[in-house]
Write a protein that binds this ligand. Structure first.
Ligand code: NAD
Ligand code: 6OH
Length: 491
């Protein structure tokens, strides 16, 4: 090989059980140092069509005909195949996202395997409604529902937890007997493609799982949502993108499930377990460099402990180990891209313009090595903003929070709910009565008390307001990914 012409990996589309290149390519960049790690081949409209047709064929074939126990057995095989390639998945996720290797090993990849196992278990054990209906003549009728697949499901996912969020949708879709065409984020194409390899090795029939790469508008994402043969669209990403997708799918009236953005609040009462709370809020603000839709960007702290809380969270932020994602002790990696870093830094500047007091961070860390070419920002804490400030209202999606004091429970509840989003909230108190009371007043899809991002995959997951439409998780996923046919029999 000539010097300077390093061979770069090619990430291809996966259609009908085969890896196929597209005509155009784009670069897959490692956010930790800005290096190009792969070229990705973009699917054009014809390739998206081929993926949907392959999925349709597989749906009409054995996958659509198999019974629940057979499909569940395949899902367990997929989970095993992910675990058999655990290190490859971790390495690919870390290279694509820049997330710390410790995080990908503890969260992303284990959750991918768990997603398949949980929905395999659920589809085997979940019953359906039946009602004995009384009629005036006394003969009565029996109503019972049966679950049928929708057909071909289009799945569009973001870059922050690429494999976790993809499999969170692929697993229940397949469990219910659908086939899928997925469009992973252009920033993180690797693990969806590795999953194709895992499925191929596990022997999943061709066409059941298809991957098309590319962007959103006028690219693979839009082509997929426009496709008349896609029966439902499930999407995780920004609220604005959700609005665009909704417009596109409206033309053909497809079911949609949207998991969108958040501007989540944490409420810290003076009676909290202080150490546990600081540690929990530290996770809620800084995990994955704040790039989790559930992260807390607004922290409300009861005034009597406000100064102490700010000081201790500042120490926590400043002691986080920022560094190479490959270092096992790294706690904070880079942001996903130069463009996203510019967005986050623009909010750091805006916070100052809006009159924030800078408690910690606000800039770019320096390393003196190749990481200086990466897309890092400092973990950042502000206080002193008005509740109407844009930095308090808009999702930033970085390792940053604003901390504001409150005096009464009512005030805290009001401030937490004063947002167009409604994804998640966390309440920190040792008074359980208060925990229940406040939790039940949160206008969100998920409220944690004395914890954050503690997940049971059987529970409803989703958001209110700008944070989404519908719920996935457990039975809610099974219901979204299937059509219920109620049968009424005159007895
Ligand atoms: P994004 O909306 O920019 O992109 C998500 C996906 O949509 C990508 O695959 C993209 O190519 C595709 N896309 C973009 N425009 C499209 C269009 N017009 N038609 C079809 N597809 C299109 O989101 P992102 O920047 O990748 O992810 C970050 C956002 O996702 C944040 O707002 C975050 O809060 C949100 N998010 C929400 C959840 C949740 O569960 N609620 C989970 C993770 C991320
Ligand atoms: C958003 O960034 C995180 C979403 C998490 C889930 O969808 C989940 O199932 O844990």
């Amino acid at each position: 090989m000539r010097r300077g012409l390093r061979q770069v990996k090619l990430i291809q589309n996966y259609i009908d059980g085969k890896f196929v290149p597209g005509k155009r390519q784009f670069a897959d960049v490692n956010p930790a140092d800005g290096s190009v790690i792969a070229q990705v081949t973009e699917a054009d409209r014809d390739m998206v069509d081929a993926a949907v047709q392959a999925a349709r064929k597989a749906y009409r074939g054995e996958w659509g005909r198999w019974g629940i126990r057979e499909r569940a057995a395949w899902l367990y095989k997929i989970a095993d195949a992910i675990e058999a390639r655990f290190d490859c998945f971790v390495a690919a996720e870390v290279a694509d996202t820049g997330k710390p290797v410790a995080l990908a090993s503890r969260l992303d990849v284990p959750r991918a395997a768990a997603n398949f196992r949980v929905f395999a278990d659920l589809i085997k054990t979940t019953g359906l409604e039946s009602f004995q209906t009384e009629t005036p003549d006394g003969k009565n009728a029996l109503n019972y529902a049966v679950r049928k697949p929708l057909g071909v499901v289009g799945i569009i996912t973001p870059w922050n937890l690429p494999l976790l969020l993809l499999t969170w949708k692929v697993a229940p879709a397949l469990a219910c007997g659908n086939t899928v065409a997925v469009k992973p984020s252009e920033e993180t194409p690797a693990t969806a493609t590795l999953l194709a390899e895992a499925m191929q090795h596990a022997g999943i029939p061709d066409g059941v799982y298809n991957v098309v790469h590319g962007f959103g508008p006028n690219s693979a994402g839009e082509f997929l949502t426009q496709h008349p043969d896609v029966n439902a669209v499930t999407f995780t990403g920004e609220s604005q993108t959700g609005a665009a997708i909704m417009k596109t799918v409206a033309a053909s009236v497809k079911p949609v499930s949207f998991e969108l953005g958040g501007k989540n609040a944490a409420i810290v009462f003076a009676d909290c377990d202080f150490e546990e709370t600081v540690s929990g809020i530290g996770e809620a603000v800084f995990l994955n460099s704040g790039q989790v839709c559930l992260c807390a960007e607004r922290v409300y702290v009861e005034r009597v402990i406000f100064d102490r809380f700010v000081e201790v969270l500042k120490c926590k932020a400043e002691s986080l180990h920022i560094g190479s994602p490959l270092d096992k002790t790294t706690e904070l990696g880079p942001l996903i891209s130069a463009q996203h870093r510019e967005k986050v830094l623009s909010y750091y500047r805006l916070a100052r313009e809006e009159g924030a007091v800078s408690v910690s961070g606000g800039g770019i860390p320096e390393f003196g090595n190749s990481l200086d070419n990466g897309f890092y920002v400092q973990p950042t804490i502000y206080t002193g903003l008005k509740e109407s400030a844009r930095c308090v209202k808009e999702e930033i999606f970085g390792p940053v929070c604003h901390i504001a004091p409150f005096d009464t429970e009512e005030e805290a509840v009001h401030m937490a709910n004063d947002t167009k989003y409604g994804l998640a909230a966390s309440i920190w108190t040792t008074n359980l009565k208060r925990g229940h009371r406040v939790a039940q007043q949160m206008n969100v899809g998920i409220t944690w008390v004395n914890c954050w991002f503690l997940r049971d995959l059987r529970t409803p997951f989703g958001g209110a307001g700008l944070s989404g439409i519908g719920r996935e998780g457990g039975l809610h996923s099974l219901n979204f990914y299937s059509e219920l046919n109620n049968i009424c029999i005159r007895l």
